[in-house]
Design a protein around this ligand. Structure first.
Ligand SMILES: [Zn+2]
Length: 439
């Protein structure tokens, strides 16, 4: 054995550098390829693609660099790097993004691309000095389907049919909700996509600086807050066009929300509004906290549709086990109904991957999920159909538990109950369900 550092085998990845013109792009790439930061950059970027990461975050402190990947909404720590090699890697990342690698304080934004695993992936890099050092965030622009349908997102057909019934009504109010940052945009687009696109006129009323991605059947109408316009003033003009359905991505305040309800109750429009919350019942309480006119809200509200994302077990490496009766009981599953449940597989950390003599043994990493045990996400969904008795209860109480109990007595299934179905099917694990429900 020599004292040479071990030769690192680099993944077959090809980078495409950014630059003002082709010459500069080539010059940036030529500068990076032989640089000492290249191998660790190639390993990191290839790793992010293999593991289907959405974000890479590098935190530079005086001694160390912490690296983590966000995969299916969850953070995964990577081994730390010492500051020296981390600095070389960052210089390469900045150079390939056509940024000034000597600048460590001012905010810089750039982009690059990489070809790996038969696909081209684009990356957006933002670096900025922070009190403890520097933070670098790299967005991985993974290819996704342009619009997921509700079925793609994992909603049961029966629930889709029920929701479509509401979406087909002439008037009323539908609330769409998720946790903040938990796939709200994707779910919202899925709901809009479920409209019968040929039959009616749909308009989405959006602030000009917060415009949503376009949905094929919905016409965007913008208003400009800086010019004193509001969603209400935008709608007043729009009403002349006799729209059928009005969609509001935001609920700014109770007074504006009253107007949304007027549109539903008096102008007989179907109104869809979006609000972040922990579940369907809480979404209603969040609206009530804005102090709208309760009678208008109760009259307008048809239903709340809610999504929470949950990771799917990797079907190649998930581990079956016979659930003890106690666990089945806790989950509310009758004994004998489910023979096996599944856990995710995780390879042991490198320090434990040794034989009795302390020699490293080769661990088989699942090629499908790269040893993460999970592959992509699906949704847990709620559909709260608002009944007359629920409307009456809204005018008497804002107690989450009693409203939830009333809804349950009328057939509403909570996230937990929807989740148990996914666990019983082997789509996800008990542990993952618990993690998601604790949010
Ligand atoms: Zn796997």
């Amino acid at each position: 054995m020599s004292n040479q550092p071990p030769e690192i085998e680099l993944p077959p990845i090809t980078f495409l550098a950014d630059g003002e013109n082709e010459d500069e792009k080539q010059a940036n790439l030529d500068a990076v390829l032989p640089s000492p930061g290249y191998p660790s950059m190639a390993l990191l970027i290839a790793d992010s693609i293999t593991k289907r990461a959405d974000l890479i975050v590098l935190d530079y402190s005086p001694q160390m660099v912490k690296l983590r990947l966000q995969i299916d909404g969850l953070w995964h720590e990577l081994p730390q790097q010492d500051r020296g090699s981390g600095d070389y890697m960052l210089a390469s990342l900045k150079k390939i993004s056509n940024l000034n690698y000597l600048e460590r304080r001012a905010r810089q934004e750039g982009e690059f691309a990489a070809e790996f695993l038969n696909a081209k992936t684009k990356f957006n890099l933002v670096s900025q000095g922070v009190p403890t050092g520097e933070r670098v965030v790299i967005h991985v622009n993974r290819k996704r389907p342009s619009t997921d349908t509700l079925a793609d997102l994992g909603m049961r057909q029966k629930m889709i049919d029920e929701l479509k019934e509401h979406l087909g009504r002439d008037s009323g109010l539908i609330l769409v909700s998720t946790l903040p940052g938990d796939g709200l945009t994707t779910f919202y687009r899925g709901v809009l996509d479920a409209f019968d696109r040929f039959m009616r006129d749909y308009y989405s009323i959006e602030e000009v600086n917060r415009v949503e991605d376009e949905v094929i059947n919905v016409n965007p109408i913008t208003f400009d807050e800086s010019a004193g316009q509001t969603s209400r003033s935008a709608v007043v003009e729009l009403l002349l066009k006799e729209p059928d359905v009005l969609v509001f991505p935001e609920i700014p305040d109770g007074e504006t929300f009253d107007y949304y309800c007027d549109l539903a109750n008096e102008h007989e429009k179907l109104v869809l509004a979006r609000i972040p919350a922990k579940n369907s019942v809480e979404a209603i309480l969040r609206v009530m906290a804005l102090k709208p006119t309760l009678s208008k809200f109760a009259q307008a509200l048809l239903c709340v549709t809610y999504q929470r994302t949950i990771r799917r077990l990797c079907e190649k490496c998930r581990q079956p086990f016979s659930p003890p009766p106690q666990l089945l009981q806790q989950m509310g599953l009758p004994p004998g109904r489910v023979q096996s449940l599944y856990n995710h597989t995780q390879p042991p950390p490198p320090e434990q991957a040794v034989d009795q003599n302390g020699k490293p043994i080769e661990i088989q990493i699942c090629p499908k999920c790269s040893g993460l045990g999970f592959m992509e996400r699906t949704g847990l969904f709620e559909l709260l159909n608002v009944s007359e008795s629920f409307r009456k209860a809204l005018s008497k109480t804002t107690d989450l538990a009693s409203l939830t109990n009333l809804a349950k007595s009328e057939g509403y299934l909570s996230l937990r109950e929807e989740g148990v179905v996914l666990v019983a099917k082997g789509t996800t694990s008990v542990q993952e369900l618990q993690r998601v429900l604790q949010k």
